[in-house]
Design a protein. Structure first.
Length: 152
């Protein structure tokens, strides 16, 4: 059996290869949205966070606030993002997804889920069981790490 360090290196390499494989990068599900990569990043961030100020969006992507302003304006124009006055600071506003924005994100997630299910169906039962055990363990450790660092 491989030493733990070699196992970790092997797993991270496999995960990197999976994420960069042509199959994983197939844009088919995204093409109908007519959204840029930056716009997709913003709607997924808002989906994850629930709401954020433009400054928080910029900080999350480590870019100047001015870089996200036009992206946000386009998303508001497409009806995917709401802009509401910030009750704590009238000079700023809070962003959140509209119903249409949430629907778009959910549709993409469903397409992704269907795709991964098709791939998993092709795996042998033993490999699938091992993968499930490994992912459950990974999920537990990530949850514990999040709790230890005050993340929810």
């Amino acid at each position: 059996m491989m030493a733990k360090k070699e196992s970790i290196e092997s797993i991270t390499g496999l995960m990197r290869n999976l994420m960069h494989s042509p199959e994983a990068r197939n844009p088919h599900a995204w093409l109908h949205l007519e959204l840029t990569r930056e716009q997709l990043r913003v709607i997924f961030l808002l989906s994850f966070k629930g709401s954020a100020s433009p400054g928080e969006v910029a900080e999350s992507f480590d870019v100047p606030k001015a870089n996200v302003t036009s992206v946000i304006d386009r998303l508001v124009g497409k009806g995917l993002v709401n802009r509401q006055e910030n009750p704590d600071d009238r000079r700023s506003y809070i962003l959140s997804l509209t119903e249409e924005g949430r629907s778009q994100v959910e549709q993409l997630r469903e397409i992704g889920d269907a795709r991964i299910k098709r791939v998993l169906e092709k795996m042998p039962d033993e490999a699938l069981a091992s993968l499930q055990i490994g992912l459950e363990s990974l999920s537990t450790v990530l949850k514990e790490e999040g709790e230890a660092h005050g993340c929810h």
